[in-house]
Design a protein around this ligand. Structure first.
Ligand code: NAD
Length: 486
């Protein structure tokens, strides 16, 4: 790693404001841990509310020029950053693995591919400005619809995908002509700094992207949202924090995009191809160690297939190599923190106390760092907490159904509505499921749906708005209607 590499810049751990790297206004630092060892990895500047407001100032100062920059030029910078990211794929993947604990292959490397693709996709979208020109029904004037950048946007991201959750917001915001302040999760700020350095190297003008980490997150984000120069908040994280931020955003009536928690059902129909169902179940449950908003949280299996499903799933889960993120044979890395493991174990204990059976796993792994065994629970009763709360770990609870209506009712029995999965040999069954399920995304015979080219987002308390696809760009554009006569 050369000294001017993005990763070296990240490890220096300084705020990125107005195109410059600087320390927090009060000099405070916060520790970043390696969750695979439980030891400190490094420390980074802990921004203050004043730093947050300074970053908003830098974004506001850059806003007019960036909005006036030709879309093609904005696109070229996004495209160059994509190239730089892909050229440093290995180093960035290591950084992600170290600060988040996820397995280098396939999770961290997969995240670089996925996260970088948002920049390439939105480089392409940047040039597809849309609007319309029509005659009013009275015939007396013209209705012109044009789209303009929303303006200064505050982006708040979680720790589970430190790169992809940032690029999924920065890509469309910059493509649309908005300037931004990114507030990454305190547990995983390093990848954001590396990304900022790559944008700088790609020629992004000062102030267009700013990165502020924080220890007192509520205070720093609160100060930014209270600043009247801010026009938009885009948040990815838990539903609980999202609810509070929606209230904060109401004060200045900010535009909001909210990507919140999930509780994905994974239905295995009586006619499912079992090999496909099991492959899909493994990726839906174990991608990112189950620490994904899209992770399958409830396996709802037809009672005629449940023995076969549990036997196959147990065999696959037992074969998983759990280990340190950077070890080549590791398939499942660590959880993010000791608290996370405690929370997962609480859900397992709650389920077993209500009658669930542990088929595989069920315990923390006794080694340095925060590790959880891949776990399969069956006969999980409907009132078990793991069926209503996000597990956010490698624990798979299995329940059964007998009729299709019952499967739909069970699947919809949640306040969340992010993604739902079904395994069936009959496309008509899959499409009927898609029609009747209350979620923003549906996977048919698949265990993963995320794609930068597709609109990602939730119904119900899983969120507001979409990221990715063409819809992702629209989140950063305001509609202006012009009535014109001449
Ligand atoms: P979190 O809500 O604890 O934190 C998310 C971000 O909000 C972090 O940057 C955090 O520092 C910040 N934050 C926390 N408290 C805040 C406050 N009071 N004011 C302002 N900001 C605050 O979530 P997390 O633990 O980092 O991530 C896991 C959650 O994120 C899960 O619920 C998961 O489902 C969700 N998630 C959703 C999506 C999606 O696209 N829907 C994607 C990834 C993660």
């Amino acid at each position: 790693m050369t000294d001017n590499s993005a990763c070296a810049r990240a490890l220096a751990g300084r705020l990125f404001i107005g195109g410059e790297w600087r320390d927090a206004s009060d000099g405070a630092r916060l520790t970043v841990e390696d969750p695979g060892t439980g030891e400190a990895l490094t420390d980074v500047a802990a921004g203050t509310p004043e730093d947050g407001v300074a970053a908003i100032g830098a974004a506001a100062a850059a806003a007019a020029d960036w909005a006036a920059t030709p879309p093609r030029d904005r696109a070229e910078i996004l495209r160059r950053t994509w190239e730089l990211l892909m050229a440093q794929r290995a180093e960035i993947a290591r950084l992600i693995a170290q600060e988040s604990g996820k397995a280098l292959t396939p999770d961290a490397e997969g995240e670089v591919d996925y996260g970088a693709e948002f920049l390439r996709w939105f480089a392409e979208e940047a040039c597809r400005g849309i609007g319309s020109f029509a005659t009013a029904p009275t015939g007396q004037y013209r209705i012109i619809k044009q789209l303009q950048p929303v303006g200064v946007s505050v982006l708040v991201t979680p720790w589970n995908f430190p790169l992809a959750m940032a690029t999924r917001k920065i890509g469309p915001a910059l493509a649309a002509g908005c300037t931004v302040v990114l507030k990454p999760a305190s547990a995983t700020p390093l990848t954001s700094f590396a990304l900022a350095e790559l944008f700088r190297q790609a020629g992004l003008p000062a102030g267009v992207l700013n990165v502020v980490t924080a220890h007192s997150t509520g205070d720093v984000v609160g100060a930014m949202l209270a600043d009247s120069r801010v026009r938009k908040l885009s948040f990815t994280g838990s539903t609980e924090v999202g609810r509070g931020l929606l209230q904060g955003a109401a004060q200045n009536v900010l535009r909001t995009s909210m990507e919140l928690g999930g509780n994905a059902p994974f239905v295995v129909a009586a006619d499912a191809d079992m090999a496909t169902a099991l492959d899909s179940a493994m990726v839906a449950k174990l991608r990112n160690g189950g620490q994904a908003c899209t992770a399958a949280n409830r396996f709802i299996v037809h009672s005629s297939r449940v023995d076969e499903f549990c036997a196959g799933f147990a065999e696959r889960l037992q074969a998983v190599t759990v280990g340190y993120a950077l070890d080549q044979d590791t398939q499942l890395g660590s959880m993010i923190s000791a608290d996370a493991v405690d929370g997962i174990l609480e859900l397992v204990t709650d389920a077993t106390s209500r009658g669930a059976q542990i088929v595989v796993g069920g315990e923390r792994i006794d080694r340095a760092g925060y590790f959880m065994q891949p776990t399969l629970l069956r006969d999980v009763p409907r009132d078990a907490r793991c069926l209503t709360e996000e597990i956010f770990g490698p624990v798979a609870p299995v329940t059964t159904f007998d009729t299709f209506d019952e499967a739909i009712e069970l699947a919809n029995d949640t306040e969340f509505g992010l993604v739902s999965f079904i395994q069936t040999a009959d496309l008509a069954t899959g499409l009927e499921f898609a029609d009747r399920i209350e979620s923003g995304m549906v996977g048919i015979n698949r265990g993963v749906v995320s794609d930068p080219a597709a609109p990602f987002g939730g119904w119900k308390q899983s969120g507001l708005g979409r990221e990715g696809g063409h819809e992702g760009l629209l989140e950063y554009l305001e509609t202006k209607y012009v009535a014109a006569s001449w």
